[in-house]
Design a protein around this ligand. Structure first.
Ligand code: BGC
Length: 731
């Protein structure tokens, strides 16, 4: 929908600004100029509870005769969204709200507001704009020639708070140039941008009136053609209808996840194509590099996974008919993300929606904002544990206790619900707190297994995550001064640990039903005691060996797999898995040409075919639905946390790096590694190298921060702010 309002200024203007928001996503133009640089304003929030508005300084754009135009697409509120493709989730139709403030040089003041003096048309330039299907833009449309109607007033369904923008707006972050331009067998001109990312094309072209150009998008090519089946119902197509002569086009009201663009309707000579990377406007604060180029590429893939999926909210993927705020994906990726990016505003915004959408009984939506999701709000492991894991990761990185304070009631309610469910139908005292019900995703996306098998591992995963969350809740309660709560959560945690031991193991560290994740979680979450720890670690090593030195973990086990090994006496095994190049492994994806992290380890099979997945175990279903495979899902990129915390060896020991430790784990033939973080206290860095069996490390400790350095030979140093170099024999 396009809204317009003409207005005349009474005299010369000293200052002018606009406050605006919409149900849908809007783009504003004043006298033909785009207002602001944001994409997808007002952003995605829990619209029943809160909607952001934006403020733009337009002093420089005002004349005496003015035309204010607002194009509002359906976006998340009124457009087609969610994998079941709902429409009008939060609003019956697009709506726009705006105040234009004019301060005249004589001190007088005027406000132009959205009211019935505005006009609206459905015949504007945008014939279609949707998240999944893309955009159709008709440049021949002259807004002066189309039919306009008087705008009518509408109200949001609920009474959301209108809040000044508090999240990071989505903006164009960089321009990508194609690395090649070829012809597909089917006759499309294929541009390869060399990198999978979220964004839009940007075209400079020379066209004829009514010439139609079609830009299709895909993450991979199969036999030289765009592979779009994995996009499921998403058409991911931008169609541009030209006016006469030289012109430019770049979509404003949609985005795609892609590396390749296929173009029809124009010859390569008449088109200059680039692309804009879009994501929320946060700062990149972490750097990592080591002597192994494949690992460096993995790190790059992890970062691109983050950037592509932090588009106003943390999404699961940027390309197919989903792009939703799946909580579990961020639960496991949050620590890695917070090493790489300053996500304080971004996460604070998302967590506000989580708090608003929690059920009174403590359950949480599986996707936040919930927008059209049909799942009941319930306590479910890993996905629900995001209410603790995400703010905890952010607190460790930035040190802002107020976020924990805000989040604490949500944590308490969630754990209360988890406890209730863990006692449900538990008839023996020993099985109390084995968390089975109501539902767990289990070891989601474990390789070579069906969805049913992932879900069946729910009780091991659920119980271990529950223990970990109680441990973190106790630490949070301590920090906030709730001593009784802290003691309560510690006690509950030891009962959960005992239940895991009693029900799942022989009490000596041997699982009755063995799988890697079921050893990884208790080991990494410190649920084990005495000799049990070493037995579990040995068993894990055996399972890895039996799997051909490969991992068999899904979303919930993978992030902690290398920690479970390296922290329990097997650093070499951790490096062996990290450096594994066969499928499934991180470097398999790198060697197969991946530039982001994949949802399935074998998304691209060794034979070059795409594994479009099969959720139901039903072949027919797989064929018709396009299955479940994305080349840009960050969850398995959670290994980035290990690269910083173990290979570089740097990790906060109190919020915001007020204190931190450096304890590099050597191995895998890695001869140097360095990492740095812009902490709230300043830059912290660690850079080590091995030469002629001599280990040398340079450390940078920011002002007011304290570092404990552990050298490979066991020596320890307490370091105050400053630059240091130490060396010892490399052991
Ligand atoms: C999403 C995942 C998500 C999962 C949960 C998928 O469709 O893409 O990343 O966590 O569903 O079931």
């Amino acid at each position: 929908m396009t809204f317009k309002r003409a207005f005349t200024t009474k005299q010369s203007v000293r200052r002018a600004w606009i406050n605006a928001t919409a149900l849908g996503v809007y783009e504003l133009m004043l006298n033909g100029d785009k207002v602001g640089t944001d994409y997808f304003a007002p952003g995605f929030t829990s619209y029943d509870h809160q909607i952001q508005y934006q403020t733009y300084d337009v002093s420089g754009l005002i004349g005496s005769e003015n035309m204010l135009i607002a194009v509002v697409a359906g976006g998340w509120a009124a457009g087609s969204f969610n994998y079941v493709r709902k429409n009008k989730i939060s609003a019956d139709r697009q709506a726009f709200l705006c105040e234009l403030h004019l301060e005249y040089t004589d001190g007088s003041y005027e406000i132009v507001v959205t009211d019935e003096s505005w006009q609206v048309s459905e015949e504007g330039n945008y014939r279609m704009a949707e998240w999944y299907d893309g955009e159709t833009y008709d440049a021949t449309v002259d807004l002066g020639q189309i039919a306009w109607k008087q705008a009518t007033l509408t109200a949001p369904r609920n009474s959301p708070l209108l809040l000044a923008q508090y999240g990071d707006p989505v903006r164009a972050q960089e321009e990508m140039k194609p690395i090649s331009c070829t012809h597909s067998p089917g006759g499309e001109v294929i541009y390869d941008f060399g990198q999978n990312f979220a964004g839009v094309i940007s075209a400079k072209l020379s066209g004829k009136k009514n010439q139609e150009i079609i830009f299709r998008h895909a993450e991979v090519l199969v036999e030289g053609e765009l592979f779009v089946k994995s996009l499921r119902t998403a058409k991911a197509t931008a169609t541009y209808i030209c006016k006469e002569g030289p012109q430019t086009y770049s979509p404003r009201l949609t985005y795609m996840g892609f590396r390749y663009v296929g173009v029809r309707g124009i010859s390569a000579e008449d088109l200059q194509l680039s692309a804009l990377v879009l994501h929320s406007d946060f700062e990149e604060i972490g750097e990592f590099e080591c002597s192994n180029e494949l690992i460096n590429q993995l790190h790059s893939n992890i970062r691109w996974g983050g950037k592509s999926n932090f588009v106003d909210i943390p999404t699961d993927c940027p390309q197919r008919d989903e792009r939703q705020g799946w909580t579990g994906d961020l639960a496991v990726f949050a620590r890695t993300a917070c090493y790489n990016f300053d996500l304080s505003r971004f996460l604070d915004k998302w967590l506000a929606d989580m708090r608003a959408e929690q059920a009174p009984g403590g359950g949480l939506p599986m996707v936040i904002p919930r927008a059209g999701d049909h799942w009941p709000r319930m306590a479910t492991s890993a996905w629900g544990d995001s209410c603790i894991l995400v703010p905890w990761a952010e607190y460790l990185a930035r040190g802002d206790k107020r976020l924990l304070e805000r989040q604490y009631p949500t944590i308490k309610k969630f754990l209360k619900a988890a406890k209730w469910w863990s006692e449900f139908l538990s008839f023996t005292p020993s099985s109390r707190h084995v968390w089975r019900f109501p539902f767990h995703f289990g070891d989601w996306c474990a390789p070579d297994e069906t969805a049913r098998q992932w879900l069946k591992k729910g009780k091991w995963v659920g119980t271990a995550y529950f223990s970990n969350s109680c441990g973190l809740a106790a630490q949070i309660a301590d920090l906030l001064g709730y001593e009784e709560d802290a003691a309560y959560y510690r006690k509950l945690r030891s009962r959960i640990n005992e239940a895991y031991r009693q029900v799942f193991t022989d009490s000596r560290g041997n699982l009755k039903k063995e799988f890697q994740t079921a050893y990884v979680l208790p080991l990494h979450f410190n649920m084990t005691e005495g000799t049990e720890t070493a037995v579990m670690a040995d068993n894990l090593v055996r399972l890895v060996r039996e799997a051909g030195n490969k991992l068999t973990t899904g979303f919930t086990g993978t992030p902690y797999l290398l920690f479970a090994l390296s922290d329990n006496g097997y650093p070499d095994k951790a490096y062996e898995l990290l450096l594994q190049e066969g499928c499934p492994s991180w470097l398999y994806e790198v060697k197969a040409g991946g530039t982001t992290i994949w949802e399935r380890w074998d998304a691209l099979r060794p034979d070059g075919t795409v594994n479009i997945g099969d959720l139901s175990g039903n072949k027919k279903d797989e064929e018709s639905s396009g299955g479940m495979v994305s080349f840009n899902h960050y969850a398995n990129g959670a290994v980035g946390d290990w690269l910083y915390r173990r290979m570089v060896g740097m990790e906060p020991t109190s919020g915001g790096y007020r204190t931190f430790k450096v304890a590099p784990v050597l191995g895998g033939g890695i001869s140097s590694a360095k990492g740095s973080i812009k902490t709230p206290y300043g830059r912290a860095s660690s850079e080590w190298s091995i030469q002629d069996n001599r280990f040398t490390i340079h450390i940078e400790v920011p002002v007011s921060s304290l570092c404990t350095l552990s050298m490979p030979n066991g020596e320890q140093y307490k370091l105050e702010s400053g630059y240091y170099t130490f060396n010892c024999e490399a052991i």
